[in-house]
Write a protein that binds this ligand. Structure first.
Ligand code: TPP
Ligand code: MG
Length: 832
């Protein structure tokens, strides 16, 4: 009878729109008794279910043991994926080779289920094992629960991503996985719709790849979540975003996070219908095995075949151990809630499902769980032994060295005590070893070189190893490093005409679009009108929307779109309309892009070029030059500050030959200035890290960049008339900064130096000063104090007078240089 009722119910439901059918039906299958009434489950299906159970309990025991490891002092912090296991098993089933995940710290079960994370690797990350073989996601650089697959081989070249299960490298800021998720999905759209990309087989098979995102319920409050959702709906990209909803964000319950307490309800306006494109929205319970499988399967199919974005709201998830090792959830959850979480624990529910469907007995499941637990313990111990074994070996070496050194040293007793203390350290870390050696060397400062040479050479070797372990791969170490690009100078011939600067860029982009199918550009007003300054003018008409396109006003996800597509082998130029608006995208640049190579220790790269324009034009929000902010937040990126469009085009050429991410800031007031069109456009380049001497002089070196080059040039003319010879250096790239020591050589000659720019005082001018004074050993050559000249500490006031009184003018440069000269020779240059 029950069976008949159930099938009747099914028929009724099947008359309704499909998405809802899937969900309501599937939830029922797990919650009602009728689940046992389903047709016989085949042997193969049983195997699959039991295997899922095995993965689930393996992951759960990894979480349980992980927390204990932290409390035992073997790891610093732990955040685990318990309570989220079942949904991730379902997501793993729908995930296919070539697909990408961009998620967060709860996804260990998924990573285990797709075979990209062993329990041993999981623990290696918890302990911060710095070996890439042991901990392939980040070589110990990322906190536990931050997952990544390695897209690059040992040489930094792309692997065949289309055959791999891919995970973009996680970051900790909540919702920051969203912007690049958009780009990962957008890449599929490009691969499918731009036929010129069909030969890039390593990256895509006809754009069939789905980008799978995960996010916590509380994190959906972040602006970048909504921005990404909206953009995905507009772009119609194959993105499946799952919200793991456990009702909390650390201690704060749902009602503080989300209107109506439900993200899927809030997003209903994004839902597609017969007339309008939008999102497919699915709701499912986190303990509903069958429902989850169906939800993820249908979401994957829809996204893959039709490039329709899907949101899966997975409700009723739990946190068996609370948020992380930093606190206990008993402090803020009621006894009732805690009991509910126990009762609705997804693994407990999975057990019920298995037993009630006659797939296995309680005893058989106990047996699987007990085996899983033993295996987790074995792999955890193996990870610990490998991790601590390396350090123990270092300790033995140092203890031995200290003992031998002690024998002949006047500080014998102290050294032996240090050796003793070191050998007894509980759960030693590398810092214990190295710090002991450094203290010993300080102690031995009066002893002869011969005595301490053993200790010193050991330390030197470790310095190299530790640099590699903790500090390497901030910039590309591959053959595609921007610093290694072969220099081709610009050339001119009799046909080289004087044109508007923007025409040089336009011709360059035209040439590159023609030559490199991977190259494409997008941003606000970039498509139809070819950007607000028309460097892409006419190029959308010529190459189509897949190559040159408009976007919504959404800087954060413009950057994310760039990162995601660059992660999939494309060469995007993402445009931020004005430098002042970079702030909206700066977080993604800083947290995600600039740290990517470093945080994966060379495992992933995203050679995105961000194009923008700034320094000076009009008013508070179209004249900014916040270079200090950029320099401090974007280490890991190349920062180009071309003085004109010829240099800009040359820098783009260099960057496109390299595999490094970069920001290029063009001069906002330079597009209509006349420049000579190079004859070898598209071929010449401008090296990074190499300043150019724009004017030779002997009295003072003025170091500057961008729009200030012209102003300093004008000032140099005035100064030359009053007998002061200025050498002007354009740094060209702020990162890397003068790797050739060109500025230092100039200062050796002029013995005076001024660093001038349009940032606030103490901003990039102070950076340049530090780089030269500290980095190029010129202090001893200076006849007077090195100085900086910057803009006023506020943003520039509107109009030409606002500019004059806010930014350094020709008069300011003249006076500043004159004062420096006055200081040196008051007779020749009396005070003004
Ligand atoms: C931008 C940012 N703000 C705050 C935090 C600190 N933080 C880490 S996790 C978290 C709660 C996230 O809750 P939710 O999204 O529901 O995920 P859950 O941990 O519950 O799975 C917070 C506030 C952060 N990592 N990033
Ligand atoms: Mg939560």
């Amino acid at each position: 009878m029950l069976q008949i009722l159930f099938w009747l119910f099914l028929i009724v439901l099947s008359a309704k729109p499909k998405p809802k059918l899937t969900i309501r039906l599937s939830s029922r299958m797990a919650i009602t008794k009728s689940q046992s009434q389903f047709p016989e489950i085949s042997h193969l299906q049983k195997e699959e279910v039991l295997n899922d159970f095995r993965v689930a309990v393996t992951s759960r025991h990894a979480s349980l043991m992980g927390r204990k490891e932290v409390f035992m002092g073997k790891a610093k912090f732990g955040i685990f994926g318990d309570g989220k296991e079942l949904a991730q098993l379902a997501m793993a089933k729908a995930f296919q080779p070539g697909d990408f995940r961009s998620g967060y710290y709860r996804d260990q079960t998924f990573m285990m289920a797709i075979g990209e994370l062993s329990v041993q690797q999981y623990f290696a990350q918890l302990y911060a094992h710095t070996d890439v073989e042991a901990e392939p996601a980040s070589a110990g650089r990322l906190m536990n629960g931050h997952f990544a697959t390695r897209s690059l081989d040992k040489n930094g070249d792309w692997k065949d991503l289309s055959k791999m299960y891919n995970s973009a490298a996680d970051i900790s800021p909540t919702a920051a996985q969203m912007p690049k998720l958009l780009g990962l999905a957008y890449a599929s759209k490009l691969f499918r719709e731009n036929k010129e990309l069909k030969d890039l087989k390593k990256f895509s098979v006809n754009g069939n790849e789905v980008a799978w995102g995960t996010i916590g319920n509380a994190s959906t409050s972040e602006g970048m979540f909504f921005e990404s959702i909206n953009a995905a709906g507009v772009l119609q990209v194959p993105m499946v975003i799952s919200v793991w909803d456990d009702g909390y964000g650390i201690s704060v319950p749902q009602e503080y996070h989300t209107t109506k307490g439900s993200i899927s309800e809030v997003l209903m306006g994004f839902e597609r219908n017969e007339n309008k494109k939008g999102f497919e929205i699915i709701r499912v319970k986190g303990w509903d095995y069958e429902g989850l499988k169906q939800a993820f399967n249908s979401a994957g199919n829809l996204a893959r075949t039709s490039h329709i974005p899907v949101l899966i709201h997975v409700e009723e998830m739990t946190q068996p151990q609370g948020h992380s090792t930093s606190g206990s959830h008993e402090r803020y959850k009621s006894a009732e809630r805690l009991q509910w979480e126990k009762d609705w624990d997804c693994i407990a529910k999975f057990r019920e499902y298995i037993i009630s469907n006659g797939i296995a007995t309680d005893d058989a499941l106990d047996q699987i769980e007990s085996e899983a637990k033993t295996e987790v313990k074995r792999q955890k111990d193996a990870a610990w032994n490998e991790f601590s074994g390396e350090i123990k070996k270092e300790i033995q070496e140092v203890v031995q060295l200290l003992k031998t050194t002690a024998e002949k040293s006047t500080r014998k007793v102290v050294l032996l005590q240090m050796a003793e203390d070191l050998s007894k350290t509980l759960n030693p870390i590398r810092k214990d070893v190295i710090s002991t050696v450094r203290k010993a060397l300080l102690l031995l400062r009066f002893d002869g070189e011969a005595l301490k040479s053993g200790l010193k050479s050991w330390y030197k070797l470790q310095e190299e190893k530790n640099f590699d372990r903790y500090n390497s791969h901030l910039y590309s170490q591959t053959e595609w490093s921007a610093e290694k690009v072969k220099v081709v100078p610009a050339s001119y011939n009799e046909k080289s005409a004087m044109v508007d600067g923007r025409e040089i860029l336009q011709a360059f982009f035209d040439y590159t679009l023609e030559k490199d199918p991977r190259f494409f550009a997008f941003g606000e007003d970039v498509g139809k009108i070819g950007d607000v300054n028309q460097a892409f003018s006419g190029l959308q008409a010529k190459y189509g929307e897949m190559r040159v396109s408009d976007t919504g006003i959404r800087e954060c996800t413009i950057i994310g779109q760039g990162i995601g597509t660059a992660l999939r082998g494309l060469r995007p130029v993402a445009e931020i309309q004005y430098l002042d608006y970079l702030l909206y995208g700066l977080q993604m640049l800083s947290d995600d892009l600039a740290s990517l190579l470093y945080r994966t220790k060379g495992g992933q790269k995203a050679p995105l070029i961000v194009r923008t324009r700034g320094h000076r034009l009009e008013g508070v929000w179209h004249s900014g030059s916040p270079m200090g902010m950029i320099l401090s937040s974007l280490r890991g990126m190349i920062i180009c500050v071309p003085r004109d469009m010829t240099q800009a085009a040359g820098m783009y050429r260099t960057l496109l030959e390299s595999d490094e991410p970069a920001l290029v800031i063009e001069c906002l007031n330079g597009y209509r200035l006349k420049e000579k069109m190079p004859a070898n456009l598209g071929e010449y380049n401008v090296p990074v890290g190499k300043p150019e001497i724009l004017r030779e002089g002997k009295d003072i070196t003025v170091v500057t960049y961008g729009s200030m080059c012209r102003i300093v040039g004008e000032a140099a003319e005035v100064l030359s008339e009053i007998g002061i010879s200025v050498e002007i250096i354009d740094v060209q790239t702020l990162l890397p900064f003068d790797t050739f020591g060109i500025i230092g050589e100039s200062v050796k000659k002029t013995n005076r130096v001024l660093f001038a720019d349009e940032d606030v005082p103490g901003g990039a001018s102070a950076f340049m000063l530090q780089q030269v004074i500290e980095g190029q050993n010129v202090f001893k050559y200076l006849d007077c104090e090195p100085q900086t000249l910057a803009a006023k500490p506020h943003r520039p006031a509107y109009s030409s007078d606002g500019d004059y009184f806010s930014k350094p003018s020709t008069d300011d440069v003249v006076e500043k240089v004159y004062r420096i000269m006055h200081e040196s020779n008051p007779k020749k240059f009396p005070a003004i």
